[in-house]
Design a protein around this ligand. Structure first.
Ligand code: FPP
Length: 232
């Protein structure tokens, strides 16, 4: 198999990585944000076209207030610097998730980065913020139900492709490969619809230690697999 066109990543293990070093969990997230920059560059260089990162889940609001605030601040400053990085890497940036629950200033920042980078085509970076796959599907189904109610769509016209068009990821191809770092082997409400046929790669490496070489290893493992879609 070739290089995966689309890689989705669950960036796990920041907290444990920091704790092992006697540091607060938020330090792990800060170092995790540095890994994000490294991996965006490496993904582009290694021929990956789409990269989708799980930055903040709908469940993450239940973390200590201080950690939630630190994560939001980190994401905000990442987006601040993102315009420059997006231009350098010709990277289109999109955010998926229910952003209406985020601070209005943060929502504006997201829209500004999406707008400014919309014509770049080297790497398509999607960041999941306040994202949960079930929530995404429910929001999508509500929009679809409204369209049926308003006569824009007949029930018989609902197909897999049509439904996918109501998801936050509309227009983005499904991931070929899912990577989860730090040893856990579960999906945690991430891209449940979109990952239906993806290959999974789990590594013990915590996210702050994940680097270009680890990415290359994951791509290599993917390339050596025989991908099946349910046929023979
Ligand atoms: C999971 O590790 C990680 C998160 C909940 C946050 C991911 C965020 C970043 C990597 C930083 C910023 C992201 C961007 C896109 C700039 P965990 O804290 O649950 O780790 P643990 O399982 O060891 O506790």
């Amino acid at each position: 198999m070739d290089t995966p066109k689309h890689i989705a990543i669950i960036m796990d293990g920041n907290g444990r990585w920091a704790k092992k070093r006697g540091m607060p969990r938020t330090y792990g997230h800060t170092m995790g944000a540095k890994t994000v920059e490294k991996i965006c560059r490496a993904a582009g260089e290694q021929g990956v076209k789409y990269l989708t990162l799980y930055a903040f889940s709908t469940e993450n609001w239940s973390r200590p207030d201080m950690e939630v605030k630190a994560l939001m601040k980190l994401l905000g400053s990442y987006l601040d610097n993102c315009l420059e990085t997006a231009r350098e890497n010709q990277m289109r940036v999109r955010v998926i998730g229910d952003i209406t629950r985020l601070e209005p200033k943060f929502q504006e920042q997201i829209k500004a980065v999406e707008e400014a980078s919309k014509d770049y085509d080297r790497l398509h970076l999607t960041i999941a913020i306040n994202y949960g796959s079930r929530d995404e599907m429910v929001r999508g189904m509500r929009k679809l139900a409204c369209d049926v109610r308003d006569g824009k769509l007949a029930p018989e016209e609902i197909s897999e492709d049509r439904f996918a068009g109501y998801l936050d990821t509309a227009g983005i191809p499904d991931p070929d490969l899912l990577i989860r770092t730090s040893g856990e082997q579960r999906l945690s409400n991430y891209l449940l619809w979109q990952l239906a046929y993806s290959e999974f790669y789990f590594t013990e490496k915590p996210w702050p230690d994940f680097d270009e070489e680890e990415l290359a290893k994951a791509i290599d493992a993917y390339s050596n697999r025989e991908r099946r879609y349910g046929g023979v």
